[in-house]
Design a protein around this ligand. Structure first.
Ligand SMILES: [Mg+2]
Length: 425
């Protein structure tokens, strides 16, 4: 029997579920038809089973490869707190052998509640859980012939606004002129929003190595750097400033106030992310929007922050907060408090695209992080299978392919593998 789209639609029950006309605001019908065209007609989703879970690491992230009995491969990625998790992946992966990957939320909850003290675990576990969850959604999409955003309930947007983290670290002691130049360069590439770091442990003006009260000289350095950027890029470019959760409460308060005339998109983690009460104080005192959450995990990690009104913007990292499904649940919780969802992202383009599917699927998405090194360092091209431009005019174009839409390039990743650690074996 011919396995063309026409016969598939004519013969399948699915035909009754496929809209034959486009919705007023989008091309959903077209996307579904294209997805069905792209579906492996030789795959039988109801019989799809996981056969093996393998992992590899470049020392920055952990990459999962989930093999199935139908030749479909799913990829996942976790970041930061993932060093040495090879055996944790192996342990969890063995629990999935023989199981269908088509219920990512059930697998997520089974892992979360069924392993290690009934859901109370933290540390490396949520980051590894994130990698598993991403791979399950990739497999679901590939097996069913749909992009992940469609499986998450559809998309609100076709392209995902990103901000460019300029990766200009204060630790290199750049002058305000260098801050301004880097900002102008990013804007010339089409970025509508840019981010700068202003924390610096080695600032020669510091009085004490361990105390994190910034003195007036340090605060002036921070202000002058960002004021130079604002002057250079003008009022229409969005500027974020990151303090990496290092400083104490009086410093956080002072810097948030000092930055007010510069009209920031946000001030990120002026203090460590742990104390909700202090966050609430700073957030309520200043007109500078406060953003936090890149190291918080699971929906529970954001619940009190949101219910207390302790932050203006949340920035979960979907490669360590629990994954794509949990990322969507966090975004939806934030939406009930009218809080925007602006994910942190320091991983590969595959992970960026996976995150983009979630960003597309929620109304309160604001902006996604993008690292300037992904534009300039060969590694980020080497480790993915993707030929097109990563970013177009400051936006990440959302993939309509089944699954994530960007696969890992295993051969490319091999160049960056951690020596002595098993590589997908
Ligand atoms: Mg940050």
């Amino acid at each position: 029997m011919s396995k063309t789209r026409r016969s598939f639609i004519r013969n399948g029950l699915l035909a009754s579920m496929i809209p034959s006309v486009s919705f007023a605001t989008g091309n959903y019908g077209k996307v579904l038809e294209e997805a069905i065209d792209n579906t492996s007609k030789y795959s039988a989703p109801s019989d799809l089973k996981i056969t093996k879970v393998l992992s590899a690491s470049d020392g920055h992230g952990v990459f999962l490869k989930v093999l199935t009995n139908q030749g479909i491969v799913g990829y996942g990625e976790g970041v930061d707190a993932v060093r040495g998790t090879y055996y944790l992946v192996k342990l969890l992966g063995e629990q999935l052998v023989g199981k269908s990957p088509l219920n990512p939320n059930v697998i997520f909850e089974g892992f979360r509640k069924g392993n290690f003290f009934g859901g109370a675990q933290s540390g490396v576990f949520p980051a590894v859980l994130s990698a598993f969850d991403m791979a399950m959604w990739d497999l679901c999409g590939k097996a069913l012939g749909l992009p992940i955003y469609q499986l998450l309930g559809g998309k609100f947007r076709d392209k995902i606004l990103v901000y460019c983290d300029t990766q200009l670290y204060a630790v290199n002691n750049p002058s305000p002129d260098v801050y301004a130049k880097v900002g102008v360069e990013a804007v010339s590439k089409g970025y509508k929003a840019i981010k700068f770091d202003i924390d610096w442990a080695g600032d020669p003006n510091r009085f004490d190595r361990w105390n994190w009260t910034a003195n007036d000289q340090e605060v002036q350095r921070m202000y002058n750097s960002i004021a130079a950027v604002r002057k250079a890029v003008g009022p229409k470019i969005e500027i974020c400033v990151d303090m990496h959760g290092r400083y104490d409460a009086p410093t956080g308060r002072k810097v948030a106030k000092v930055m007010e005339p510069l009209n920031l998109m946000w001030l990120e983690e002026p203090i460590p992310a742990d104390n909700v009460e202090v966050y609430k104080t700073i957030t309520q005192e200043t007109s500078t929007p406060i953003c936090t959450g890149e190291n918080l995990y699971l929906t529970y990690g954001f619940a009190r922050l949101l219910s207390e009104g302790a932050t203006d913007i949340i920035m979960p990292d979907l490669q360590k907060c629990g994954g794509l499904g949990e990322g969507q649940r966090i975004a939806n919780l934030a939406n009930t408090y009218y809080v925007p969802f602006s994910p942190h992202m320091v991983s590969s383009y595959m992970a960026a695209m996976a995150t983009a599917h979630v960003c597309a699927s929620v109304p309160n998405f604001q902006i996604l992080e993008w690292q300037s090194q992904s534009d300039t360092q060969a590694k980020w091209r080497d480790i993915v299978k993707f030929g097109g431009p990563f970013i177009v005019d400051g936006y990440l174009p959302l993939s309509n392919k089944p699954g994530i839409g960007v696969d890992l390039n295993e051969e490319g990743l091999k160049k960056y593998a951690v020596p002595g650690e098993p590589f997908f074996e």
